[in-house]
Design a protein. Structure first.
Length: 162
């Protein structure tokens, strides 16, 4: 059984809308466990390949400052233009701009891209997953540094559609 990134994203979205608390799905080369609404734990999705199981840690909860302490204003969020579309990380992993060390990056600022073209690699559990764009256009922002860990749903790049 094969499970690609789009299928995984759709499965997680459907589970998020359902009352299912736990799900375990196993294939020949993977195991997916999803648990939610467990005491003192955030929802966790674990996708692992035998023989080395690896759990995805839940995101760290923000620490609230005491109400009496004066706080600095939050930093201004960078302006996001409405005409841009985001390329979003479909999984947790390490972001790489090129197919291998020393090779040119898949895309640079100003690069023209076509739907289906690889734009980066996300490494998860020693597997190199090429991320292909679903839109054509021009790369106007690359928001992640090479070799940086990324979270599920994190914006990696912004594209001005053609």
């Amino acid at each position: 059984m094969q499970l690609d990134h789009d299928q995984l994203r759709q499965l997680l979205a459907l589970l998020g809308e359902s009352d299912i608390q736990e799900l375990r799905l196993e294939g020949d080369d993977f195991r997916l466990e999803v648990r939610r609404n467990l005491p003192s734990a955030a929802p966790v999705a674990v996708l692992q390949a035998p023989p080395a199981p690896v759990a995805v840690p839940p995101p760290a909860a923000p620490v609230a400052a005491p109400a009496a302490a004066p706080s600095a204003p939050p930093p201004a969020a960078p302006a996001v233009r409405g005409d841009l579309q985001a390329i979003i990380a479909p999984m947790v992993g390490t972001f790489y701009r090129s197919p291998a060390p020393g090779e040119p990056a898949f895309v640079e600022l100003g690069s023209r891209i076509s739907a289906g073209q690889p734009v980066c690699i996300l490494e998860a559990m020693k597997l190199m997953n090429e991320l292909e764009t679903e839109i054509s256009g021009e790369v106007v922002e690359i928001l992640v540094e090479n070799g940086t860990p990324v979270e599920f749903g994190q914006v990696l790049m912004r594209i001005k559609p053609a």
